[in-house]
Design a protein around this ligand. Structure first.
Ligand SMILES: [Cu+2]
Length: 652
């Protein structure tokens, strides 16, 4: 007890010190909307004549000013603040986009976007639960399964996915789980029962019941009390920074070890990095204008009738920023982390604070560089320090931790940690994996009695608006291959790297190739290092996958961004989302396929790089009832951006 008390007091001191490192915040055009700005926007819109009676706010967020405005901005200059809002008219089943001038308290634009549905509202999860529960067809399906206490059932709302075109309006699905007295209901699906609800008319339009499958009676809880005997707890490992942290925070701007960047917590995209630069010989050299997770899709591979529609677009249908779960100090992040709240508008247009949404901390990074001279016995080593910015999005059963890791060698690593509860399917078998397709191939694995976890994939699309030493850049593919044997290669050992410029949006649609050790670079031909080489940043892929759903399947049509690992587009501030602005109830074609349709030049232009990362998840029982974290990611590293190792100046 005594030790604990000392530790907590100490941590308070650490937090205090890190806060005193920051200078008073200065306003910047990219600052997220404040609570009062959200309220002004909502009030201005609500009081306008044509505002729908049943209007709900899908979002009220900063309308980011133009790149030119941001780059030219001088501290202290006046800032024009605008809010961007999406409004759903429930009664009219219409969607509107609005821009509000916050200083002038007036609407700048208001327009209907026909044929689209905004993402799932927080309040709709409760509403779909209530509507499904009251439906006699659903009640009959539960009774048929021996469930008499309907309060034992949890109903989970899902974006509708692929749906019969006879159903129109704003649709959601409800999946049922047997909760009973347990905490983890995701572990016990009530298989076969799926409801479709029109959220605007508040009518259940369909309840399918494809037949009774036994419901597992095994508790799938994983809190300490449910586990039984716990192993010996390891001895304390405390992380302290007695002199405070090494980063400085000025409003949304962070400076650390020559890095300078801004961050915001965006309601849809989660953590967004802005104006990322690196100090070199006394000046900040721009690298990235904006970096964010643009879209995700998780297609499930079970061919069954109740599974074909399942493919979660977690960014565009659910909003990973708004679904950020509060980071728990010392568990989700290390002892020395600073946890920062985020403020978003709720569907009534009221500001709500998401506590501890973003984590920032320094961590040990192992050896930065080293050489031991075996003659002089002199050891030159530098220890690496890393700066991590992270958030965790919890979308129903799954949890995704997204981290941007800044390093002293000028590189940035993107790490995705996949955890939470796998989407489960009720099956008849108790002990053997018979979740076979008719061929005998496995479409999933039995993970507990009467529970299988179907095969699925996770695809993440990152959008990187690079401005390497300025906005005018080109993109190149780097392929390595063996030289032909012959007089120029007498020992047949030669191999070469060839750099090919991807000249337009058609050429810049590429897939990985292990044989070619393929990577992609974004380069500024006008900015050369002292060796005469153009300044570049190189995208180094990690593990990746290709999709298994057919190209003509509904999910592939909606998620064409997964067709390629790499895309490059000409910069357009309206092109942010790889599956389009409104993937909810989309039928396909929006997003990247549309952005590249005019095949614009990507050579010596302001270019945006998109990277698709895929994970093929063939479940194991060891991932049940909650998954140990799986890490995937990639790196952005300097390539002739510097003259030599930029981390030579790191002190011992
Ligand atoms: Cu998975």
């Amino acid at each position: 007890m005594k030790t604990n008390a000392v530790v907590s007091v100490f941590c308070l001191v650490v937090t205090f010190l890190s806060l005193t490192n920051s200078t008073p915040a200065q306003s910047h055009p990219l600052d997220p909307l404040t609570s009062s700005e959200i309220q002004i926007a909502a009030t201005v819109l609500r009081s306008a004549k044509g505002f729908p009676r049943s209007g709900l706010f899908s979002t009220i967020q900063l309308r980011e000013p133009s790149k030119e405005t941001v780059i030219k901005f001088q501290s202290g200059s006046p800032i024009r603040r605008e809010a961007f809002a999406i409004v759903l008219d429930r009664e009219g089943n219409k969607t509107f986009e609005a821009i509000v001038d916050l200083g002038g308290k007036r609407i700048v634009s208001w327009k209907e976007i026909p044929g689209v549905q905004p993402l799932v509202f927080a309040g709709e999860y409760e509403l779909v639960d209530k509507l499904v529960r009251e439906d006699p067809r659903w009640q009959a399906a539960m009774t048929k399964r021996g469930i008499t206490k309907f309060e034992d059932v949890a109903i989970d709302g899902w974006a509708v996915g692929e749906v019969d075109p006879k159903y129109t309006g704003r649709l959601l699905r409800g999946l049922s789980y047997f909760k009973g007295s347990n905490a983890n209901y995701y572990g016990r699906p009530i298989e076969g029962v799926v409801a479709i609800v029109n959220m605007n008319t508040q009518k259940v339009v369909e309840v399918t019941d494809s037949g009774v499958v036994p419901i597992s009676r095994v508790s799938q809880d994983f809190d300490e009390g449910s586990i039984g005997t716990l192993r010996e707890k390891p001895k304390p490992l405390t992380i302290t920074q007695p002199e405070g942290s090494s980063y400085r925070i000025n409003g949304q701007e962070i400076s650390w070890q020559k890095w300078r960047f801004r961050y915001t917590m965006h309601p849809r995209e989660g953590l967004v990095l802005h104006t990322v630069g690196y100090e070199d010989r006394g000046k900040i050299r721009p690298i990235l204008y904006r970096a964010a997770l643009s879209e995700m899709v998780v297609p499930y591979g079970d061919p069954g009738r109740n599974w074909g529609w399942r493919a979660a677009f977690d960014v565009g249908e659910y909003a990973v920023g708004r679904l950020a779960s509060p980071l728990e100090p010392k568990l989700d992040t290390p002892d020395n982390a600073l946890l920062i709240d985020a403020t978003f508008a709720d569907e009534e247009g009221e500001p709500t604070t998401l506590q501890r949404a973003v984590g920032i901390y320094e961590r040990d990074g192992g050896i930065l560089w080293k050489h031991f001279d075996s003659v002089s016995l002199k050891n030159e080593t530098r220890r690496a320090r890393e700066l991590v910015m992270c958030f965790v999005a919890t979308i129903g059963n799954y949890d995704y931790a997204v981290s941007y890791i800044f390093k002293q060698d000028g590189s940035i690593e993107v790490d995705l940690a996949l955890t939470g509860i796998m989407l489960a399917k009720g099956v008849a078998e108790k002990t053997v994996s018979q979740n076979h397709h008719s061929t005998g191939d496995l479409t999933g694995h039995l993970v507990s009695e009467n529970i299988a976890a179907p095969n699925h994939q996770h695809f993440f699309s990152f959008r990187f608006d690079f401005d390497v030493d300025g906005p005018i850049n080109s993109v190149a593919e780097l392929n390595t291959s063996a030289m032909p044997a012959g007089p120029d290669n007498p020992s047949s050992n030669g191999f070469v790297m060839r750099e090919t410029i991807l000249r337009n949006e058609t050429e810049a649609q590429r897939k990985l190739d292990i044989q070619a050790a393929r990577v992609w670079a974004i380069t500024n031909p006008a900015s050369k290092n002292s060796l005469g080489q153009p300044a570049s940043y190189i995208l180094i892929p990690g593990a990746n996958s290709l999709p298994y759903t057919h190209p003509d399947s509904p999910v592939r049509k909606r998620a064409q961004f997964i067709n390629n690992h790499f895309w490059a587009t000409l910069y357009n501030d309206r092109e942010l989302y790889a599956a389009g602005d409104y993937p909810n109830q989309s039928t396909g074609g929006a997003g990247l396929p549309q952005f590249v349709s005019n095949s614009e030049s990507t050579e010596n232009r302001d270019v945006v790089m998109w990277y698709t990362l895929g994970v093929t998840h063939v479940p194991r029982p060891e991932e049940w009832p909650v998954m140990p974290v799986t890490h995937v990611g990639f790196k952005l590293i300097p390539g002739s951006f510097f003259d030599r190792n930029p981390a030579l100046d790191v002190p011992r």
